[in-house]
Design a protein around this ligand. Structure first.
Ligand code: C5P
Length: 236
């Protein structure tokens, strides 16, 4: 299993702030995530600069469009050399298969991850947009569709990771946000788990933003997370 389980979310408004944070982190210990805010502000150049500093990048743009358009976006992301990227499973099986085919011919294709149900949606809101059943039912159904369409895994909560491990096996990757360190404020996350707990429940990769980026010493915080996970690579 991959030792670099932590993906630090670089949720910053510009390249300078993101690169300043990256400079305080060790690319041998973590990966980084570039989301919509940073990408819209700073574009592919910030991804290239992070990669030039040795970081593997999760491009979190959650593509959702017709298959041809999503395939083109995935191909562009693969050409940029990102390590992981994601698409909405709700775009359907043809869209997900097009995404898979678009990256398949690259020598080192990025991990292709599906977004199932946004965790910000309540069961009532799911009903409003026409989804029957609970969030968990929909996560399970969309994750099975993502797996059948050739995706490598999904973004999900730690609870869902445990359920997906049962139904789809340990090879299907789960990427889990909503991580908080013991004693941290929850912030705007409603359900949170510790890094250890998330891995115990089956998460392969942990997306961690503010607990690392807003700590007084991001590097020390990252190392203590790694120690709690028992990673062999962490200096003691
Ligand atoms: O700062 P924090 O640790 O809450 O950051 C979590 C990151 O994971 C953010 O970039 C957020 O957009 C992302 N995310 C999330 N919940 C999801 C999907 C992504 O918190 N369901």
């Amino acid at each position: 299993m991959d030792d670099k389980r932590v993906i630090v979310a670089l949720d910053f408004p510009d390249a300078e702030a993101a690169l300043a944070m990256a400079a305080r982190l060790d690319p041998a210990l973590c990966r980084v995530k570039v989301g919509k805010e940073l990408f819209v502000a700073a574009g592919p150049a910030v991804v290239e600069r992070l990669q030039a500093s040795g970081f593997e990048v999760f491009l979190d743009l959650k593509f959702h469009d017709i298959p041809n358009t999503v395939a083109g976006a995935c191909r562009a992301a693969a050409r940029l050399g990102v390590w992981m990227l994601n698409v909405h499973a709700g775009g359907g099986s043809a869209m997900m298969r097009a995404a898979r085919e678009a990256v398949a011919s690259f020598p080192k294709p990025p991990l292709l991850i599906g977004v199932t149900v946004l965790t910000s949606l309540s069961d009532a809101e799911l009903g409003e947009i026409g989804f029957a059943g609970s969030a968990a039912d929909n996560v399970g159904r969309l994750a099975r569709l993502a797996a059948a369409s050739g995706l490598d895994g999904v973004v999900c909560s730690a609870e869902e990771a445990a359920m997906l491990r049962e139904t789809l096996g340990t090879g299907f990757v789960s990427v889990t946000p909503g991580i908080r360190l013991p004693g941290d404020a929850k912030g705007d996350q409603s359900r949170v788990v510790t890094p250890e707990d998330a891995v115990r429940r089956g998460a392969h990769y942990l997306v961690i933003g503010r607990p690392v980026t807003q700590s007084a010493d991001p590097s020390a915080t990252l190392q203590s997370i790694m120690r709690s996970l028992g990673s062999g690579k962490v200096p003691s």
